[in-house]
Design a protein around this ligand. Structure first.
Ligand SMILES: *Cc1c(COP(=O)(O)O)cnc(C)c1O
Length: 428
């Protein structure tokens, strides 16, 4: 495949945009290639400036669960735009989406809309701190919660891909309030809680980790966090920016039956437009400005185009059978890739929760950041480039999740598995 035009555009972009991209993992740096410049996408197919088309498993990093350009979403956005792009005043659309989110997500009694997942987690943490009057927060190594200062500590994919677990520009005075546990290790949490009695405002966790590859919670892990938080007066925050409306309509909390105190959302709820949200127990949410003293605001929060895309998307997801059909497709593709590796005699460790999956280039079980970091990233890069050549567009890092959409057909999945079989054989 020829990527000439993309490479020329990338050179041009680098003169005006740092690294040529507006978000680091887009740069293909860790796989030693230039990024593709995209012209358009429809269904599960994405097309680049050189006229190549690919079956897309990135899905804009999660939002495109319906596939690209679903006609109902496109219509909703178009008709909203014709009425005005933004008012900075309340609209009925915001109530509709808020009520849909409250109906869907067990922990959410009230919700506030923002414009990105980063804003959602940053605001949720501020609120948890304001609510508890405590400063410290506990996160897990390899979990990513956006790029707010206090959260850029041992933060998975983007940071991990580039080998900078901590970012310059984050004052040590901020980072010192962030405690880091090991994913799937309740023992690590218990130690930190014991060492910091009465000081931890919240534990924030991806209930299905999706930013170090896909790492499911082990049995008892989320239950254990719930119990520790309840006993210690710590606010439990599930960061469901990725897993929300992805692994089930009600997110991971519905799937596993564990209800946190607060939840952050993003990605899918915007249907491809910039949206985030955070919500939770009424007594906590009431502390938010203008009701309470914890300040949080946004010029474009609850934007009518984004609300319309979100409402249209959630309406489609709510239809009976949506998630079971997606589950079948996802199982077929993830199991098919895993079987292809096995047949080629190439060792990988496969994980999947619903339509999130990952092929880790390691024979050993992956259950936390250090086991994920043991992967052969060089072999992954060769696999990634091989798949791209076969017309399969994966995320350009070992430490990312692949997303299946409702638009992937059986034929797309068969082609994907055949491509994987060829790539694994070439690696051996
Ligand atoms: C993507 C993501 C975020 C950040 O969302 P942005 O919209 O990129 O700011 C936060 N948490 C999780 C779990 C994510 O996957």
């Amino acid at each position: 495949m020829n990527h000439h035009r993309s490479s020329v555009l990338f050179q041009q972009a680098k003169a005006s945009i740092p690294g040529g991209v507006n978000s680091p993992v887009r740069a293909f740096k860790s796989v030693g290639a230039d990024p593709l410049f995209i012209t358009r996408a429809a269904g599960c197919t994405i097309s680049d400036e050189d006229g190549n088309s690919y079956t897309d498993y990135v899905g804009s990093w999660g939002p495109m669960i319906l596939g690209h350009c679903h006609p109902q979403v496109v219509d909703a956005v178009k008709s909203a735009l014709e009425k005005g792009a933004s008012f900075g005043a309340p609209t009925k659309l915001e109530i509709t989406l808020a009520e849909m989110v409250i109906d869907a997500v067990p922990s959410i009694e009230m919700v506030r809309m923002v414009s990105s997942g980063t804003e959602a987690t940053m605001s949720a943490i501020r609120l948890a701190r304001g609510f508890t009057g405590r400063d410290k927060i506990l996160k897990f190594s390899g979990c990513y919660h956006g790029h707010a200062d206090s959260l850029l500590v041992k933060a998975g994919s983007g940071a991990a891909t580039f080998g900078v677990p901590d970012s310059p520009g984050v004052p040590a005075d901020f980072a010192k309030h962030t405690l880091t546990g090991e994913y799937n290790s309740l023992a690590s949490v218990k130690t930190l809680v014991a060492e910091n009695p009465g000081q931890i405002a919240c534990i924030i966790v991806e209930p299905v980790a999706g930013n170090m590859g896909t790492v499911p919670p082990r049995e008892g892990f989320l239950e254990g966090l719930r119990e520790i938080c309840t006993n210690e007066g710590i606010v439990l925050i599930f960061d469901e920016v990725m897993s929300g409306f992805r692994v089930a309509y009600g997110g991971a909390q519905e799937l596993y039956g564990i209800t946190p105190d607060m939840t952050t959302l993003g990605k899918i709820i915007g249907g491809g437009l910039p949206v985030g949200a955070f919500g939770g127990k009424r007594e906590i949410m009431e502390k938010l400005s203008p009701n309470g003293g914890v300040y949080q605001a946004g010029t474009l929060s609850g934007n009518p185009l984004a609300m319309s895309a979100g409402i249209a998307t959630l309406s489609l997801l709510k239809q009976p059978g949506f998630y079971s059909a997606l589950e079948e497709k996802s199982r077929a593709v993830a199991d098919g890739i895993s079987a292809a590796a096995k047949q080629a005699g190439y060792p990988i460790y496969s994980t999947r929760v619903g339509s999130m999956f990952c092929a880790f280039f390691t024979p050993g079980e992956v259950y936390d950041w250090s086991t994920a970091a043991a992967c052969d990233t060089k072999a992954f890069s060769r696999y990634f480039l091989g798949m791209l050549e076969e017309g399969i567009y994966l995320a350009p890092s070992q430490f990312e999740t692949a997303f299946v959409s409702a638009a992937h057909t059986d034929a797309d999945i068969e082609r994907t598995i055949a491509a994987a079989a060829k790539c694994f054989k070439a690696l051996r």
